[in-house]
Design a protein around this ligand. Structure first.
Ligand code: FAD
Length: 280
């Protein structure tokens, strides 16, 4: 972790670009976001390991300015030998933080692999590498889409934390009470590690609505109605989004959230508008 971190404990997530232009742009975005002294950057991993090389390359370039950078790593569709290899490559490259996930099986892809759930991946990483990695896992304040219900999902989440995770980052959500309710329930099961809210800036309503349906994040009715009323007016959507997301973040921080993790979608401006609105 870098010294003199932002007082609110912010971190930023990127996805691995697939063109040279995207890579160049990401370096500019990284430099802009680095000025706010984040705790860490993280870089996503494609379903079934499809971006393995690009994730590694992106981690290598993003981390050049000295800010801790955590690759995401998913186990579904992978064999233990492949995961072991990747872990040792990361160790050799000086990486000491990971976001450990089950991931989703890409359609048409073959076998599930040797590890079925994220708790098994966390156990595997601990067995293989001891305390080398700081491990974050995923949390779902509004329930993972495949879970029977929130209580069942929270039991599974607690198992994952007790397998050796150091912290969790949540799926994005727009209702602060969903986060507080989740944290209360998880604490009642004896889980003490920090649970960092994942924050999605609002810039494009159509894409957001599509993605939210598939990942189980609720856009509240009042927000949907308001966003729909702006039609193609991207300026109005961005202005509303900045206000609504800033209010959400402030409420989370005021209620005790131990930091904020921003899904940047490789763009600096929408995230910085929110970050710079917040007070500690
Ligand atoms: P798990 O924790 O394994 O949970 C998956 C489902 O199985 C849940 O319904 C859970 O209740 C259930 N379950 C868990 N453990 C057990 C068990 N032992 N027995 C029975 N049921 C169980 N996807 C990517 O492809 N790449 C990424 O980089 C990526 N990054 C993400 C980052 C964050 C912060 C978040 C919140 C999500 C991310 N995802 C990413 C999405 C994630 O891969 C999917 O949501 C995936 O469906 C679940 O992964 P998981 O690690 O949460 O799974």
């Amino acid at each position: 972790m870098s010294s003199q971190q932002h007082p609110l404990g912010i971190s930023f997530e990127f996805f691995p670009p697939n063109t040279d232009a995207g890579r160049d742009k990401l370096m500019l975005v990284r430099d802009e976001l680095a000025t706010r002294n984040p705790r860490f950057f993280s870089v996503t991993y494609g379903a079934g390991g499809s971006t393995q090389a690009r994730t590694r390359d992106t981690v290598r370039t993003v981390s050049q300015n000295g800010i801790t950078t955590a690759p995401h790593l998913s186990c579904i569709g992978s064999e233990k030998a492949q995961l072991r290899d990747l872990l040792s490559q990361y160790r050799e490259e000086g990486i000491n933080s990971l976001v450990a996930l089950r991931g989703d099986m890409p359609s048409g892809m073959g076998s599930i692999g040797e590890l079925r759930y994220a708790n098994e991946l966390v156990e595997f990483i601990r067995d293989e590498t001891g305390d080398h990695f700081n491990i974050a896992v995923a949390a779902y304040p509004e329930s993972h889409p495949q879970a029977a219900n929130l209580d069942k999902d929270i039991e599974n989440f607690a198992r994952k934390m007790k397998a050796g995770a150091d912290m969790a980052i949540t799926q994005y959500f727009f209702t602060a009470d969903a986060y507080f309710n989740f944290v209360d329930k998880v604490r009642a099961l004896g889980v003490e590690q920090p649970i960092i809210p994942g924050i999605m800036p609002i810039t494009n309503y159509t894409k957001l609505a599509r993605f939210s349906d598939s990942c189980g994040a609720e856009i509240p009715r009042w927000m949907r109605k308001q966003l729909e009323s702006y039609g193609d007016d991207s300026e109005a959507i961005a202005k509303f989004g900045t206000e609504a997301v800033s209010r959400l973040c402030q409420r989370l921080l005021d209620g005790g959230a131990p930091g904020l993790h921003f899904y940047t979608l490789n763009q600096a401006a929408p995230v910085l508008k929110v970050v710079d609105n917040l007070v500690g």
